[in-house]
Design a protein around this ligand. Structure first.
Ligand code: DI6
Ligand code: FE
Length: 413
């Protein structure tokens, strides 16, 4: 390795690589340096290696800090209009969700507000949410539509997601946009869900694909939303247009949605509180990532937990995400989601951190370039002022992120 092989060295670091080839917990390499060339990692080398000692170019001393891959939030709905705080107040006072929906609250109230908000104003509202995620170390984020539910309004939300894709100098973050038109049946299609599914398949998916506005198509497969048959129609249309699929499945009941996602080669099956053993088996066989969203479980005071032991035993990759949305997980913190995954679901802190890095990269089809610190991977990494990796997950209300590097640049957001 010569000088020409890299152009910046980040030395004197404790590198939590999350590379499965490194057998230490978190793939930790003590006293190492990260050699960056352009936007990528050229090498991870011991600090006392000749290549590091003789390097004549720019060096940053990490002062013995812990370095991890950039965090990846692989499930958010962070573009919305309006507020659901009054809904929450009513729910706390004992008003059932169905009654709140009857009064015009719930998800359709966010749909009304999002439709009434301009693209620019939606962007303005989304920036502080994304900024909060970024401030805690997120370097890649998935953003779903799903509060527009007309062709025009879904595309409007996806355009906002595209504008958030590292275009603003203060938001160095990669966005993976997802079409979630099958989030709810819009009021104008009440009682005609199949007709709305036809609109999704015949107009929304083709327009999204034509405009390169999303990478994936998501569905809410649930008794209160769309049936597995309707979801399968949507997945078939998505795949015809070369879009990947994923699903909100088995959140409130089991309807076999996870097995459907697995059968369709989906990137991830998300929520999974009511996942059964057939679903676990189907996901294991297909390599579908399980995305756990403990924020919604907590906020809705759910009781049924996802089958974490069975997922582990079957070798299903497990990711953790914020599910940031106004109704069921209004938390712009992936560190909080990791903390909840440990306290509420029994993940180890190492599993939670892997779930927000390496496994989340798999959930977004980016395992070849993101999620671990190894040669050839993107130079997205974080310097943490902590003595132990678990501290990143344990302490909230204080942000131990000291420095953030996005694509090799020292982007101190
Ligand atoms: N499951 C959820 O928990 C959210 N969406 C979904 O499919 C709910 C979003 C909302 O209530 O606004
Ligand atoms: Fe969600």
């Amino acid at each position: 390795m010569t000088r020409a092989d890299f152009d910046h060295l980040w030395t004197n670091a404790r590198v939590a690589t999350f590379d499965p080839r490194v057998s230490a917990p978190c793939g930790l390499l003590e006293a190492h340096a990260i050699a960056v060339r352009g936007e990528n990692i050229a090498a991870v080398l011991p600090t006392d290696s000749p290549e590091v000692r003789t390097f004549g170019g720019p060096v940053t001393d990490c002062g013995g800090m812990l370095v991890t891959p950039g965090l990846i939030d692989c499930h958010t709905h962070l573009v919305w209009g309006g507020s659901r705080a009054a809904d929450w107040e009513a729910r706390l006072a004992g008003v059932p969700y169905t009654e709140i929906a009857r009064r015009g609250g719930g998800i359709l109230s966010t749909v009304r507000a999002t439709r009434a908000t301009s693209e620019d104003d939606l962007l303005k509202a989304a920036v502080p949410r994304l900024r909060a995620l970024v401030a805690e170390g997120v370097t890649c984020v998935e953003i779903k539509s799903g509060y527009g539910l007309t062709l025009e309004d879904e595309l409007k939300v996806l355009r906002v997601a595209r504008r958030l894709n590292h275009s603003d100098p203060f938001l160095h973050v990669e966005v993976s946009p997802t079409l979630l038109a099958a989030h709810a049946v819009p009021p104008e299609f009440a009682g005609r869900a199949d007709d709305y599914v036809s609109l999704i398949c015949d107009e929304m998916i083709p327009a999204t694909a034509r405009g390169l506005l999303a990478e994936a198509v998501d569905v809410f497969c649930e008794q209160i939303a769309f049936t597995p048959e309707q979801c399968e129609r949507i997945f078939t249309a998505a795949r015809k247009h070369h879009l990947v699929v994923k699903g909100h499945v088995e959140q409130l009941s089991n309807s076999g949605g996870a097995a459907l996602v697995a059968r369709c080669g989906g990137w991830s099956a998300d929520h999974l509180e009511h996942l059964d053993s057939a679903g676990v088996e189907a996901m294991a066989k297909a390599g579908t990532v399980a995305v756990l969203l403990p924020g919604a479980f907590y906020f809705l005071r759910e009781k049924q937990k996802p089958p974490v032991d069975a997922l582990r035993a079957a070798g299903v990759p497990v990711a953790v995400a914020s599910d940031l949305n106004p109704g069921t997980s209004p938390f712009a913190s992936l560190r909080l989601a990791m903390n909840m995954a440990c306290v509420l679901y029994g993940l180890t802190p190492e599993e939670a951190l892997a779930g927000a890095t390496r496994e989340a990269a798999k959930a977004l089809g980016r395992a070849d370039r993101l999620g671990t610190l190894a040669p050839g991977k993107r130079a997205d990494f974080l310097l943490w002022d902590v003595s132990h990796p678990a501290e990143i997950v344990c302490q909230l209300g204080i942000n131990p992120l000291a420095r953030r590097v996005f694509r090799g640049n020292k982007a101190d957001d």
